[in-house]
Write a protein that binds this ligand. Structure first.
Ligand code: ADP
Ligand code: MG
Length: 266
């Protein structure tokens, strides 16, 4: 695919447990089912679990952590799932995680940026890391629950995205048991009026890969609508240069890391 039609998306929420990894997994599968090539990166450096959602944690040998430590090149840590989704998983063992520095993440994303039609970064529930990851992608998708704490956290990340002038796809309200139109409008207002691009029901014992295991379920229908929307954005042919975006991110992140080091006195 031409560089103009590629897309990179950061999936964030500010809070843990809202459903970012579940949505990353299912959205990636829905997009791959449409014939697009898709790469997903587990950006949750400390609590990586994307490979578990894809059911391949036992098969993954090399991880993003090995790449960040300079042990292996990114190709060695790219696992091809039977669905076709390319997964850059994180390490799950605590001993492997401790001491890993994310300093080289920008270069890694740059290496991956031209590899697929769609690049998705599954961000952690952490404001600083979410902000860093957002700088590397063209688009941001937010996931919140309707609980006020979740909305407050999400609004902080959206606020950062506005400072960074990021292009926002919208927000998905996930794990919804009941919601009124008024509540949706209220959430939208609290989240700076960004588009609500999905409302996903709470489903007890939801399978991790529900788009393939529960094809006609409400969550699957919502994910497919979101995939349609992403395809439309891609087809609209907005002239994006994925690499240019990563370069901007590296620049901004460099400054942010310098600032953090200064604050930490290192
Ligand atoms: N729509 C949903 N209905 C019910 N449970 C869900 C739904 N979406 C996600 N979950 C569950 O919520 C938990 C947290 O999801 P996860 O995707 O790991 O969140 P995050 O990545 O934001 O921390 C998981 O147990 C997942 O199965
Ligand atoms: Mg997660």
């Amino acid at each position: 695919m031409d560089k103009e039609h590629r897309i990179s998306i950061c999936i964030c929420s500010g809070k843990g447990g809202t459903g970012k990894t579940t949505i990353t997994t299912n959205l990636a599968m829905a997009l791959v089912n449409r014939g697009l090539s898709v790469t997903v990166i587990d950006g949750d450096i400390e609590m990586a679990n994307l490979s578990i959602y894809f059911g391949v944690d036992k098969q993954v040998q090399m991880t993003l952590h090995d790449v960040l430590s300079g042990l292996v090149p990114i190709e060695d840590a790219t696992f091809i799932h039977p669905s076709g989704v390319k997964i850059v998983a994180g390490a799950i063992d605590l001993e492997r995680i401790e001491g890993t520095e994310i300093g080289r993440i920008g270069e890694i994303i740059k290496d991956l940026a031209t590899d697929s039609d769609v690049l998705i970064i599954d961000a952690p529930g952490d404001l600083l890391l979410s902000t860093i990851y957002m700088t590397f992608t063209q688009k941001v998708l937010f996931v919140t629950e309707k609980h006020r704490a979740s909305i407050t956290d999400c609004s902080k990340v959206i606020h950062k995205s506005r400072i960074l002038k990021k292009d926002v796809i919208g927000v998905v309200i996930n794990k919804v048991t009941n919601i009124s139109k008024e509540e949706i409008l209220d959430i939208r207002e609290k989240l700076f009026s960004i588009p609500i691009v999905g409302v996903i029901e709470y489903v007890k014992h939801l399978p991790d890969m529900y788009v393939s295991e529960m094809k006609n379920s409400q969550p699957s229908i919502q994910i497919n609508k979101l995939a349609d929307r992403i395809q439309e954005i891609m087809k609209a042919g907005e002239k994006y240069d994925v690499l240019e975006q990563v370069d901007k991110g590296i620049d901004i992140t460099g400054k942010m890391l310098d600032q953090l080091k200064k604050e930490a006195g290192v």
